[in-house]
Design a protein around this ligand. Structure first.
Ligand code: ZN
Length: 389
């Protein structure tokens, strides 16, 4: 059977599967039920199933023919700590937890492809289907890589997709080089000396020093970063004080930092640290800074992105394949898989109306209408990459 007929036959079942996954969300590294579900399905289809990488990670491997070439496709499995407000009949059964990023759809599309690939067996080489935990917070991709993912399952190229309700339905959006940002966080405690609000001369006011730090941080992107580079410095939280007649002991600032490229990332850390410390000192305060490096930037490899573009154009038509002019400022731990192996990460647009809820919104739901596109594309990509030669 050809791919599209196969996917059409399977679609009602895949939609039911997606709704079942949606109703049973699990947080990063706790995807026990989801992991069992994925492993059972892969085993039933005849895949070798490997479990335990990054606790709940699953890898399904299928070999055919004699070629030593191998391709890896990744889906993420985790949900978010959000109270669902969709009112759907298959809404989350767990209070305060929901699949608000469509990872239920990513799992479904990769399992759908697992079926089509196994049924057609129209490839020469090895397929590794990688189901990773904890994309949202704990960096499940990095854990899997550190625990030997690619030593145990060597891949010549790896690919991953994310649904994107901000992009037109059915659009494949790609980009060579940076596609998602690196994300870091700084926690700054500005320590002063508290006292009576009516006697500021006998205190060291950390509120005034913090205000100066917030303003001075705004100069980093405009004055210290190459105008051709992109970066964000956001003071997302400021905590301190309790009443108008009290000068507090200390104020806490929480800063979110996004960047691409390691030079800019290092420079941001250096300037944020210097500005916080020296501004605080100029007001007689002391700044204590904890700087956490979170996900690396997601950088797509050229050859694999060119290849992906070519397959996508053949699959969806030129008008449905877009090269993104700018990367997204969000982040993605597939970055670490791309640091280890060549590959490419792309978006599949799912927007139907301009009112579609964005990712991470309590009213968001994965658009089931892109399931056949995702399943057929993954299958096509595998069969093309592992074409018998
Ligand atoms: Zn996501």
């Amino acid at each position: 059977m050809n791919i599209s007929a196969l996917v059409r036959n399977d679609l009602p079942d895949l939609i039911a599967m997606r709704h079942q996954l949606h109703a049973n969300p699990e947080l990063g590294l706790e995807e026990e039920w989801t992991s069992d579900f994925v492993a059972r399905e892969l085993a039933m289809l005849g895949y070798e199933v490997h479990r335990g990488l990054a606790r709940t990670g699953v890898v399904g491997t299928l070999r055919n023919g004699s070629s030593t070439r191998a391709i890896g496709l990744r889906a993420d499995m985790d949900a978010l700590p959000i109270q669902e407000e969709t009112g759907l009949d298959y809404a989350s059964k767990k209070p305060g937890l929901m699949h608000a990023c469509g990872h239920d759809g990513h799992v479904t599309m990769l399992l759908g492809a697992a079926r089509a690939i196994a049924e057609r067996r129209n490839f020469d080489g090895t397929v590794h289907l990688i189901f990773q935990p904890a994309e949202e917070n704990a960096g499940g991709a990095l854990l899997m890589v550190e625990e030997g993912l690619f030593e145990r399952f060597p891949c010549d190229a790896i690919f991953a997709l994310h649904n994107e309700p901000a992009l037109p339905f059915g659009q494949f959006a790609l980009r060579e080089g940076p596609i998602m940002a690196a994300v870091d966080e700084a926690r700054i405690i500005v320590q002063g000396r508290g006292g009576h609000g009516a006697e500021p001369e006998s205190t060291i006011d950390p509120v005034v020093a913090s205000a100066a730090i917030v303003m001075a941080l705004q100069t980093i992107v405009s004055r210290n970063i190459d105008p051709m580079d992109q970066a964000v410095v956001t003071v997302g939280a400021i905590h301190g004080g309790s009443a108008s007649n009290i000068i507090p002991e200390r104020v806490e600032l929480v800063v979110g930092i996004r960047s691409f490229g390691s030079a800019a990332r290092d420079h941001l850390e250096k300037r944020i640290t210097e500005i916080a410390r020296l501004q605080a000192e100029s007001y007689g305060c002391r700044a204590m800074i904890d700087y956490f490096r979170s996900y690396d930037a997601t950088i797509n490899h050229k050859a694999e992105t060119d290849y992906l573009r070519e397959v996508a154009i053949r699959f969806a038509g030129r008008e449905n394949v877009a090269d993104l002019e700018h990367p997204f400022m969000g982040s993605e731990d597939f970055a670490y898989m791309l640091n280890a192996r060549p590959g490419s990460y792309f978006f599949l647009g799912s927007r139907v109306t301009p009112d579609d809820k964005p990712l991470h919104h309590p009213g968001y739901d994965f658009n089931d209408d892109i399931i056949p596109l995702g399943v057929a594309f993954w299958t096509e990509l595998v069969e093309d990459y592992l074409k018998p030669r």
